[in-house]
Design a protein around this ligand. Structure first.
Ligand code: DX5
Length: 230
């Protein structure tokens, strides 16, 4: 991608609000609604105060759709499980910087497995924690909530951090997507995109949209595209 052309805006649902009793059907509905990827929020009850699912659940719905999967690993010591999530069918793996003693080694491991690599930063974590691993990144994620639950309030004070992260990522010799996750809705997506986020995660707002998933995806994509700046 040239230095001046705008990147593609990606709209990605978190499956956290989905009906887990019908997860395969829900993934099919998301694919039909036009999402660019599906995010699985993996939580271990240690790094975050909630527990969700592991690689076997993701593998069980892999065959239901063809849209790519990303695993957001909100877990301590992710190194032990990364290969399981790739084998389960996740094309992109997101680890939290706060859980990686050897982040460079962890990201290199993800790439060696043939997956795309991303790192997430909690609201308090400074962006310079990823300054020396840009060559290994396909995406960076700036959390706009404290991770663990859907339906939380968007932290507006993260927008300067998003802007600073975009500037940092632009020093790399390749394009790196910038994702935000948490509290993204029709009323917050423009601020996030204007700050430089081109990948938007939405859970509760998307699933609760009065006009359905496809309308929610279209609304977020239209608002983000109109507001995006870097
Ligand atoms: C971390 C989770 C949530 C989820 C998005 O807590 O990763 O951020 O994806 O949830 P909403 O869109 O409901 O804030």
């Amino acid at each position: 991608m040239s230095a001046t052309s705008a990147p593609s805006i990606k709209i990605i649902p978190s499956v956290l609000p989905a009906d887990f009793a019908r997860l395969g059907d829900e993934c099919q509905a998301l694919e039909q609604a036009g999402v660019d990827r599906i995010q699985f929020d993996v939580m271990d009850g240690r790094f975050v105060p909630n527990i969700t699912f592991g690689p076997d659940v993701i593998a069980s719905v892999r065959g239901a759709v063809s849209v790519p999967f990303e695993a957001h690993l909100m877990i301590e010591e992710p190194d032990h499980l990364i290969s399981r999530f790739v084998e389960a069918g996740c094309e992109l793996i997101i680890v939290h910087e706060e859980t990686c003693t050897h982040l460079h080694r962890t990201l290199a491991h993800i790439k060696e497995l043939g997956a795309s690599a991303a790192v997430a930063l909690n609201p308090h974590t400074p962006i310079d924690r990823v300054a020396h691993v840009l060559d290994l990144l396909d995406m960076a994620l700036v959390m706009t909530v404290n991770p663990g639950f859907g339906g939380q309030k968007y932290i507006h004070t993260m927008e300067p951090k998003v802007k600073a992260m975009r500037s940092l990522l632009d020093t790399a010799d390749h394009w790196i997507d910038l994702e935000v996750d948490g509290g993204i809705s029709h009323s917050t997506v423009e601020g996030a995109a204007a700050a430089g986020a081109n990948v938007l995660i939405s859970g509760s707002w998307m699933f609760r949209h009065a006009d359905g998933l496809a309308a929610a995806v279209t609304e977020l994509r239209t608002l983000a595209t109109g507001a995006y700046q870097r």
